[in-house]
Design a protein around this ligand. Structure first.
Ligand code: IVH
Length: 676
């Protein structure tokens, strides 16, 4: 094939793909690609067409943007088109944009407004004489759909404006979105009702706004931020974007409180950087920031290129989603014996790393999301969380993929443990298959890895590979064997030198003195995470005491549920666990919490005090602090629970009540003697 034919074929393919995704996005409101991926396709096509202008045809997606609006809603012409934004993906590209516009505005100085780029759906709202009259989707930018009835149901859209000097007629623009919690709740309801789930909050918002029945829309927790003034007639408007936002806010519109007016491009960079770090703390999805030139007079002078204004740019966040092929579904074994399915992926770049595997939580979840081997899937990687498969791209199915509950080869993999071959079990109330073999090598490996890990015994220098080598050599069978290792034994392992062996032994020895909560967590008791371990440690202060606790006793502790109580009791009943604990004790691993044990034996432990009136020796607050230091409780009111009422000068009603209840009363002198 000649070069020319090759290029032509790729251009053709790209157009097909883009048209398809345009349709999904603009007509069906159900995009399959993230913005970033779509942008990449468009970029590739633009570039190829720029290199071969003779191949550009009028029907290329580069020559028009968007597809036909649905016929079911009325069509609205936008008097002023809703433009889109050019993208910058790094600081250099942002600087290049700044340089370009600076070149067009010689001698000018201006400031910026930086805003979050909401990942929702753009709408235009028209107001007349202070009232909401109509609202429309963006559509193809020139013509959208009349969704007034649905928009009326969004509570953050004002129907009547605060009485100020608003222009007689004007249009505002903003982004309708769903919060993450609203999205989660909506999907939970849909799952319960057996309806298909929305892939992300954006799809859910778009789907909700474009309901033909506004009553359905009204039931969806939609929200909006207004980010611009479109056109205005019959009234004055401010001279800058920032003041316009302030003005709109004063009229009753919802404006994002994170918007900032900034003077220098470095500050814009800092704003972006800070949101890359913190955006997951927001209640809604964002995919970048939007940087806008503040003075509106400059907007007119800068104008636009194609459908992108020069006065604004989207400065994107690193991608968190991508699509790729799911090559296989495999299974590994966790430390509690759970069989965890995971996806083998065709390698794909997401936000700077290459993904080859991703989590698939359990078989039920795979079936519910209808993820199949051979599917093109959306994968997601956000922050510190393990990358996961979000769902399949249905339109790219060939028809040969088997649903997982018919995929014998995959189902087989859940029937026996991939490590020891034991027949798995699936407890009635659980979604996980488990390997019941306590001596399963994979479980032993996971347990050892967990035991030495950072939040647990934190044994530096002992990682996954050393764990595997220790188990394989037979030097370590259970976690307690770590503490019996000798240098000579370590030196028999591959890649282990004098120095590193000494270091390993030192960090193992140091771990003997970890607080009880760490040890409890490290033991890997089913359902006992680090917080539960803390709770149990502070309650029992001793491993021995915890080991003797009954289910009832455990259940009575606030925060401990029956599942945890059961699993704790079962753990300490297990013969092999008893043996491990005996060995750990023998080698001198700490099993008591001295700090907490001390607290138990403090002099005022279990006593409740009320202090009233003015004390001579020190302020009341100091007296109360001292009581707490000594293990006592302090309360404001005298009750039957009160052990002592401490009276200073001018004690009133509390003294009367204490007398009525027969509470012991301490003078200041008596109190001082007690606390000494
Ligand atoms: S300003 C001409 N500001 O991003 C500038 N847009 O690709 C018009 N968006 O469809 C947009 N947050 O729906 C602007 N703070 C924000 C935005 C924002 C989200 C969306 C908007 C538009 C798309 C542009």
């Amino acid at each position: 094939m000649s070069d020319k034919e090759n290029t032509q074929e790729r251009i053709h393919k790209l157009r097909e793909l883009i048209n398809h995704h345009n349709y999904r996005y603009y007509v069906l409101d159900s995009p399959e690609l993230s913005d970033v991926e779509y942008d990449e396709l468009m970029q590739e096509l633009r570039q190829m067409e720029a290199e071969r202008p003779e191949l550009v045809t009028p029907d290329s997606p580069t020559q028009r943007v968007g597809a036909q609006p649905l016929e079911a809603f009325g069509v609205v012409e936008h008097p002023l088109p809703l433009l889109s934004l050019a993208n910058a993906f790094d600081y250099q590209e942002l600087q290049a944009w700044h340089k370009r516009i600076s070149g067009l505005l010689p001698g000018e100085n201006w400031d910026f407004v930086a805003e979050l780029k909401m990942d929702g759906l753009a709408v235009a709202l028209v107001y007349e004489d202070g009232r909401f009259v109509s609202g429309a989707t963006r559509g193809d930018g020139f013509r959208g759909e009349d969704i007034s009835q649905n928009l009326r149901t969004i509570r953050s859209i004002p129907l009547a404006l605060v009485d100020r000097d608003a222009p007689r007629r004007f249009e505002v623009r903003g982004e309708v979105f769903l919060t993450r919690s609203g999205f989660k709740k909506l999907n939970e309801e849909r799952a319960a009702g057996g309806q298909p789930l929305f892939a992300n909050p954006r799809n859910a918002a778009a789907g909700s706004v474009r309901q033909l029945d506004p009553r359905i829309t009204a039931g969806r927790p939609l929200d909006i931020y207004i980010y611009g003034l479109g056109w205005a007639e019959g009234g004055a408007i401010p001279l800058t974007h920032w003041e316009t936002m302030e003005f709109l806010k004063s009229l009753g519109f919802k404006i994002n409180p994170h918007n900032r007016r900034l003077d220098a491009l470095e500050e814009v960079e800092e704003y972006h950087r800070s949101w890359v770090e913190h955006r997951r703390e927001l209640e809604y999805d964002t995919d970048g920031i939007v940087v806008k030139v503040n003075p509106l007079a400059l907007h007119d002078r800068l104008g636009s290129v194609g459908r992108e204004p020069r006065w604004a740019i989207a400065y994107k966040f690193p991608a968190t989603q991508a699509t790729t092929r799911l090559l296989d579904i495999q299974v590994n074994v966790g430390r509690t014996g759970s069989l965890n399915p995971f996806a083998i992926l065709e390698p794909v770049h997401v936000g700077g790393v290459t993904l080859r595997q991703a989590a698939l939580h359990n078989l039920d979840d795979i079936a519910r999301k209808d993820i199949r081997r051979g599917d093109t899937v959306i994968v997601q990687r956000a922050g510190e969380v393990i990358p996961e498969v979000v769902g399949p791209v249905l339109s790219l199915r060939t028809g040969r993929e088997l649903p997982v509950d018919e995929d014998r080869e995959v189902l087989e993999r859940f029937q026996t443990c991939p490590s020891c071959g034991a027949r798995t079990i699936r407890p009635e109330d659980e979604v996980m298959y488990r390997c019941p073999n306590a001596a399963c090598p994979a479980q032993a490996h996971r347990r050892l890895e967990h035991f030495v890990s950072r939040g647990a015994m934190d044994i530096e220098g002992v990682g996954t590979q050393l764990c595997a080598a220790l188990l394989a050599s037979g030097l370590v069978v259970d976690v307690a064997d770590l503490y019996k290792l000798s240098k000579e034994q370590l030196l028999t392992l591959e890649r282990m030198a004098e120095k590193s062996a000494s270091n390993v032994l030192a960090s193992i020895a140091a771990s003997k003195d970890r607080p009880l909560a760490r040890l409890l967590f490290a033991l890997g008791i089913l359902h006992v995470g680090d917080e539960m371990a803390q709770l149990l440690a502070s309650h029992f202060c001793s491993l021995n005491r915890l080991a003797q606790a009954t289910e009832e006793e455990l259940n009575a502790i606030p925060g401990v549920g029956p599942k945890i109580a059961q699993s704790v009791v079962a753990f300490f009943r297990g013969e092999s666990n008893k043996e491990i604990l005996r060995k750990l004790k023998e080698v001198g691993v700490r099993m008591e919490d001295e700090a907490a044990a001390e607290a138990r034996s403090l002099p005022l432990d279990g006593l409740e005090f009320v202090v009233t009136g003015r004390l001579a020796a020190f302020p009341r607050s100091q007296a109360e602090a001292r009581i707490k230091e000594l293990g006592g409780n302090v309360s404001d009111n005298v009750s039957r629970m009160t052990t002592y009422l401490v009276i200073g000068e001018g004690s009133g009603s509390k003294l009367e009540r204490a007398r009525a209840l027969g509470t012991k009363i301490l003078t200041e002198e008596e109190f001082l003697r007690l606390i000494q």
